[in-house]
Design a protein around this ligand. Structure first.
Ligand code: PEP
Length: 247
């Protein structure tokens, strides 16, 4: 297995506040250095989290849950990649199924990926099928389509991170089994190699969907699972530490 960077990413979604963020940073114990720990808080917590990380000399890396495809302007409620970069965000989640569900298209996702890369932010691109699509044996087709559209005309694949997040597994407690995840990750790797050549070996593929303290180790054993994107189980620093250590 070639060495790829390993990442465990916390997606806090619309949870946490100043007090719980302080507690999280205190509780998180990260000792393994081969794994990058990325915390993606709600936008207003990015600045205070960064201060806490610096004060505590924490090895947390900060990410954003989204960004806008345009540079700046009349986009009420949106946040630019430039501002996120100024606030020390090194990663951004792009194409999360919860954002796709509110109408984000593959074309917009592709624009956001290019904006992130141009700004020096590494995109964590989410792909995944619904239960209905899985039952109709469309998983590979759906995931491959999302992937290739997100990566259209992307020149620097070395900084791209992928997250396979089956929609039926997100927030449901029903994680994909290690074998189910490994199978899709292998298909993704094959598609990447066929489309982009050897550089594809460098792209980490994270699994996301009800990862928790109990299932993290068995997922982490799979050769094609390079890390995790964690929602619900990422809100508690102690519990999240256990997941990080599994990878
Ligand atoms: C997610 O939203 O990216 C996610 C994986 O959520 P959960 O871990 O809660 O399923």
């Amino acid at each position: 297995v070639p060495s790829r960077r390993r990442l465990v990413v916390a997606n806090w979604k619309m949870n946490m506040n100043l007090a719980s963020t302080r507690k999280f940073v205190k509780d998180l114990v990260v000792t393994k250095e081969q794994c990058t720990v990325v915390i993606c808080p709600p936008y207003p917590l990015i600045y205070p989290l960064n201060e806490l990380v610096n004060e505590n000399k924490s090895s947390i890396t900060i990410g954003a849950q989204n960004l806008h495809r345009q540079d700046k302007g009349a986009f009420t409620g949106e946040v630019s990649a430039d501002l996120l970069k100024e606030l020390d965000c090194e990663f951004a989640i792009i194409g999360h199924s919860e954002v796709r569900a509110s109408g984000e298209t593959d074309e917009v996702i592709n624009q956001k990926v290019k904006k992130a890369l141009a700004t020096g932010i590494d995109p964590i691109i989410c792909v995944g099928e619904t239960m209905e699509q899985r039952e109709q044996a469309q998983t590979n087709e759906v995931v491959t389509g999302q992937l290739l559209q997100a990566l259209t005309d992307v020149s620097d694949l070395s900084r791209v991170v992928l997250a396979y997040e089956p929609i039926w597994a997100i927030g449901t407690g029903l994680s994909a089994t290690p074998d189910q995840a490994q199978e899709v990750h292998q298909q993704i790797r094959a598609t990447l190699l066929k489309t982009f050549g050897q550089v594809a070996e460098q792209i980490p593929i994270l699994y996301g969907g009800s990862v928790n303290q109990d299932n993290a180790a068995s997922l982490a054993e799979m050769g094609e699972i390079d890390g995790a994107l964690v929602g619900g189980a990422s809100l508690d620093g102690t519990g999240f530490s256990t997941i990080v250590h599994a990878f």
